[in-house]
Design a protein around this ligand. Structure first.
Ligand code: KG4
Ligand code: ZN
Length: 394
């Protein structure tokens, strides 16, 4: 089955074309035919964060050119034998996305229908105006080409992203044993999810306030670092731990590990963020580079301590063998090291996403789309009922 996937939930516009199959032993087999991504990070950096209206406009500008590019990569961009008239019904679906509407009308009238069987689109969670761009374009294309469309949960994409082995275009998912545990750490979510089978998830814990990536971004702002803050904090923390800087007369920062010992699997990061704020207020007159490094280092240690302790405890209680990590914060090398070591000691195997699909991307949406299609094949979404939902839950 050939899947066109579309992701516009936050600040990346991403599309992929994937050939997907199920193997006899229940694993999933994928061949990547095309994969493109346009990041808006440079634009949002100027404002210190993602603005939904700006994100929506940028997705609208980028999405049809990226569609043509991904079809070209997949060898599916062929001219139609004669120019088609794009039905009013199709254009109507893009009435709120003027840039995409104009581009679709101009470009797709001369394009032959590509050899695609299914469109998978992220319909939540995320920024609603941004999600709607992908969802509206997916609906318009499904109608134009008369193929089914399926809504995909962005977080299911992050769960599955660690199952793609590194560096190869055609692969079977890494073998895992069910139930497996997934730790999801992104800009909008911090969740522990038990995965009982492909497509069967039970959320066992989540953040009660800020998401983990959001805490990285907010602390980075306090340290006057650019958006997104996660990679910046990680870089400074690493510098601090590999050098021995004198902290002048100051005491080293020491931050709390919120909910480390709570009986449940929930997380909280807002108190930690406040502790950083108070430390800066009380101990730092003028932030210098060494202060920033020391704070980044202790903040990252605190976050990673909590994530690792709770993940290992959940893995023990739910008797899993495999731990799947997903979301942008999965790129944090310190988290990778500490969780790998702790998992090895406790007898678990931990899987991190390969570098190119740890952040938001369209491949993970194709993977999740295929999983969801197996469940829904007999009753696919009707184009008219598919909606974006900013707070969609796993
Ligand atoms: O999954 P993602 O790309 O987008 C969402 O769905 O939210 O996650 C983005 C988040 C941002 O908060 C960013 O600061 C964080 O992932 N991030 C990191 C690192 N790289 C990205 N956090 C910590 N360490 C990193 N190396
Ligand atoms: Zn994400």
């Amino acid at each position: 089955m050939r899947i066109l996937s579309i992701e516009t939930s936050c600040d990346e516009t991403a599309l992929s074309v994937v050939d997907a199959q199920k193997t006899a032993d229940g694993r999933l087999s994928f061949s990547i035919l095309g994969n493109v991504l346009a990041s808006q990070i440079a634009l949002h950096r100027e404002y210190g964060g993602v603005f939904p209206a700006l994100a929506k406009r940028e997705h609208g500008k980028a999405i049809i050119p990226l569609l043509l590019e991904v079809l070209e990569q997949a060898g599916m961009k062929k001219d139609a034998s004669e120019q088609q008239i794009i039905a009013e019904e199709v254009l109507e679906m893009l009435s709120r996305e003027p840039e995409a509407q104009t581009a679709l009308q101009a470009e797709l009238a001369t394009l032959a229908k590509p050899d695609i069987d299914l469109i998978a689109v992220t319909n939540g969670p995320g920024l609603a105006p941004a999600l709607w761009v992908g969802v509206s374009v997916a609906k318009a294309l499904a109608t134009l080409w008369d193929i089914p469309v399926i809504g995909v949960n962005h977080m299911e994409g992050h769960v599955l992203s660690s199952l793609a082995p590194t560096g190869i275009q055609t692969f079977e998912t890494v073998p895992i044993t069910f139930p497996a545990l997934s730790l999801l750490v992104s800009g909008g979510h911090t969740e522990l999810v038990v995965m009982r089978a492909f497509g069967e998830y039970e959320k066992i814990g989540q953040t009660v306030d800020d998401a983990c990536g959001e805490a990285f971004d907010k602390v980075a702002r306090m340290l006057e670092l650019p958006y997104p803050g996660g990679p910046e904090i990680s870089r400074l923390a690493e510098l601090f731990s590999t050098n021995h800087y004198p902290l002048e007369a100051k005491s080293l920062p020491s931050f709390p590990r919120p909910m480390l010992h709570s009986k449940n699997y929930d997380f909280s990061f807002s108190g930690l963020k406040t502790a950083v704020l108070y430390y800066i207020r009380d101990h730092v007159a003028m932030l210098n580079e060494i202060d920033k490094m020391a704070i980044a280092h202790e903040f990252q240690n605190a976050v990673v301590d909590v994530l690792v302790v709770k993940t290992i405890r959940a893995a023990q209680e739910y008797n899993v063998h495999d731990i799947l990590v997903g979301g942008g914060v999965a790129q944090n090398t310190y988290l990778q090291k500490v969780l790998r070591d702790a998992a090895t000691d406790a007898g678990f195997t931990v899987h991190f996403p390969r570098g190119d699909i740890a952040g938001d991307n369209a491949l993970m949406i194709a993977f999740a789309g295929f999983v969801e299609w197996q469940k829904k094949e007999k009753s696919p979404d009707v184009v008219g009922t598919l909606r974006a939902n900013g707070t969609l839950s796993l």
